[in-house]
Each structure stands twice: as structure tokens, then as C-alpha cells.
Design a protein around this ligand. Structure first.
Ligand code: TYD
Length: 131
């Protein structure tokens, strides 16, 4: 399976009216897994690279809920760069995919949803161990 098939964008339905917009996400309905954990990344300078790891167990959805950033993905064979700048789009990243998050805009907030609790020992921090 190609990296583009493994990691894909999900368009969320936008509820919008004169009051503004709203996106709702439900586990196993809007996204492929039940949500066990959320975290969000903000106040990252434009010159930093976050992530730089893969996860043995955790699957993720990343949503740029404010500003924009780039995500570089690798499965050890292919590389893919995804630009996240839409409030109603989530990037699905399954386990065993290397992730670099970078080029954060000033106001960027990257919301991350996962189906697993946080466990340091499921992190792979050497990209060669992916292969
Ligand atoms: P880190 O993995 O370095 O973030 P990133 O992948 O965005 O570069 O996480 C920063 C700190 O936050 C680190 O001390 C671990 C902690 N952390 C948690 O406690 N729970 C979590 O779910 C995550 C993702 C991180």
C-alpha cells in the first residue's frame, strides 16, 4: 500500500450559519477510531521541527484548528508532505509512520486525536527502525 493510501485527508462536515462555523467529530463515525487521547501543539516557532518519531500502537488524526503547518510523513520507503491549513480537514496517520511537524505559522494550533493512551515505550525515535 502506498503512503498516500495509508495516510489520507478526511473532510469534516462544516455546520455554518450567520453565527459562524462548527465541526463535530465522533469516534468510529467521522474518524476510523475511538478517541482515547487529545493533545494540541501551539507556540511552536516557524524554525522548529516537532514530532520526529513514529508510534508502534497509536493512530492519529491531526487537525490544524488555527493557522497552518506542514507534516512530513514516511513509512521508511516513501515520503509525503502534507500542508494543513483547513479547520475542517483532518489528516489520518496510522501507526508505524514517521512524523515531522514544521513550518508552523505564528498562531498555529495543531489538534491531535489518538486511539491510544500516552506511552513513551511505544515511540520509535530512530527512523531506521521503521524499515
Ligand atoms: P513530544 O513527544 O516531544 O511532542 P512532539 O511530538 O509534538 O514533538 O511531547 C512533549 C512532552 O509532552 C513530552 O514530555 C511528553 C509529553 N506528552 C504527554 O505527556 N502526553 C502526550 O500525549 C504527548 C503527545 C506528550
Amino acid at each position: 500500500m502506498s503512503l498516500k493510501d495509508k495516510c489520507y485527508l478526511i473532510n469534516f462536515k462544516e455546520f455554518g450559519d450567520s453565527r459562524g462555523k462548527l465541526v463535530a467529530i465522533e469516534g468510529k463515525k467521522t474518524i476510523p477510531f475511538d478517541i482515547k487521547r487529545i493533545f494540541y501543539i501551539y507556540d511552536s516557532d516557524s524554525n522548529v521541527i516537532r514530532g520526529q518519531h513514529a508510534n508502534r500502537k497509536s493512530n492519529f488524526i491531526l487537525i490544524s484548528i488555527c493557522g497552518e503547518c506542514k507534516i512530513k510523513l514516511s513509512d521508511g520507503k516513501e515520503e509525503l508532505i502534507v500542508y494543513l491549513d483547513k479547520r475542517n480537514v483532518g489528516l489520518y496517520i496510522p501507526k508505524m509512520i514517521w512524523k515531522d511537524m514544521y513550518d508552523f505559522s505564528d498562531n498555529a494550533v495543531l489538534l491531535c486525536l489518538s486511539d491510544q493512551e500516552y506511552l513513551e515505550d511505544e515511540y520509535i525515535r530512530d527512523i531506521n527502525k521503521l524499515k
